[in-house]
Design a protein around this ligand. Structure first.
Ligand code: EPU
Length: 341
């Protein structure tokens, strides 16, 4: 395999931002992965595993070590179980399953990125999350250099969280994900946007109707990548939706009397608020601009590269938003994308 030097990373990310990787290699097989890790260890340099680059913000100075781009390909299907290599394109895989009328990920259509990233942040949208269909995850354990098959329970899934981005961060590299679907399943239409989309239709929508509805809804929000659309130069939702206590929520609601504060029930009797709403209330509206960084004109939660932005521009906007939301609501927003520096 080839080890390239000083490769600009911006074009490998949906944000279109980022300095160079000191070293860069593409792993097409598990053996390539082992070789690349050996290369980094010999030189005692840090590793970064690059998937689809859709949830990533790379710093302007780039990455001082070896970036390994996961290019492992292949789908093995055994009845309703699909074992998919980490480098496969996620949305293509959604179509592959839906076209055979398997249900379980139809609401996750149109999400940019690769299969390997989906268990890491427990990708979720429109009423489904991958935690519901992941059967097991094949990983390389960097502590022992052995390949392991982790069960879904061992992955510790929660909202946008797993052991891979939390307690065991940096320990495992995902090489394959096995999903278990349901043949001829009834499509999930639970999210408000989807219910609205199908409200005038009397027949129950098919899996393929639901996945194309999701792609359309995402497109209206700038969350489906259309080349050339500046609202898509983003990493999707930039902040997680914060979860707060009922008491804290009551304090916020009291300041909005007569005006309904959008909210959803969360784990442990807590309340989840839409970060997009908090941003709007704090004065950061659709189309807001701060230098070359900005907010999508289609969805408040997507920070965008308005053209020629660097990571520092995005960080400045992030800091302005976080400070204002703390001041107004006493809520500390957490960015969702991974920061590489
Ligand atoms: N809202 C606004 N302004 C906006 C958009 C939304 O105030 O411009 C408020 C409204 O109250 C709305 C609520 O936010 O009802 C929820 O908005 P939306 O349905 O668009 O969902 P979201 O909470 O902004 C989450 C995920 C998305 C996922 C959608 C659909 C997070 C951080 N984001 O967004 O995931 O696609 O739901 O399920 O959980 C991602 O993680 O990158 C991502 C795009």
């Amino acid at each position: 395999m080839q080890f390239l030097e000083q490769i600009p990373l911006a074009s490998y990310t949906t944000f279109g931002i980022g300095g160079p990787a000191r070293w860069f290699a593409e792993a097409q097989t598990e053996d390539d992965l082992i070789e690349a890790i050996g290369f980094a260890r010999e030189r005692d340099i840090p590793l970064f595993i690059l998937g689809g680059g859709s949830n990533l913000l790379v710093s302007d100075t780039g990455f001082p070590g070896l970036v390994i781009r996961i290019a492992l390909k292949g789908i093995d299907q055994n009845a309703s179980q699909f074992s998919v290599a980490a480098g496969e394109d996620w949305d293509k895989f959604v179509s592959f399953a839906v076209d055979q009328n398997y249900g379980g990920i139809e609401c996750l259509a149109g999400i940019p990125g690769s299969v390997g990233g989906t268990p890491v942040q427990n990708v979720g949208a429109y009423g489904q999350e991958v935690a519901q269909t992941v059967h097991s995850v094949r990983v390389l354990d960097l502590q022992t250099m052995r390949f392991l098959e982790l069960s879904a329970a061992e992955c510790g899934f929660a909202y946008r969280r797993s052991i891979f981005n939390n307690s065991q961060r940096g320990r495992y590299i995902v090489t394959r994900v096995t999903y278990e679907f349901k043949k001829d399943a009834v499509a999930v239409v639970s999210y408000a946007d989807l219910k609205r989309y199908f409200q005038d239709k009397s027949a129950v929508p098919t899996l393929s109707e639901v996945s194309s509805a999701v792609r359309q809804i995402r497109q209206q929000k700038g969350m489906y990548i259309v080349p050339g659309d500046p609202d898509c130069r983003s990493a999707g939702s930039f902040f997680k939706n914060p979860v707060i206590s009922r008491t804290h929520f009551a304090q916020i609601a009291a300041n909005f009397d007569g005006f309904q504060v959008p909210n959803y029930p969360a784990e442990n009797d807590q309340v989840k608020l839409p970060a997009a709403w908090l941003l709007d209330q704090a004065g950061f509206h659709k189309g807001f601009a701060l230098g070359r960084a900005g907010i999508s004109s289609k969805h408040t939660l997507a920070l965008i590269n308005r053209g020629g932005a660097c990571a520092a521009d995005i960080a400045a906007l992030r800091d302005a938003i976080v400070a204002k939301v703390v001041e107004k609501f006493a809520i500390q927003l957490e960015p969702e994308p991974v920061w590489v520096e």
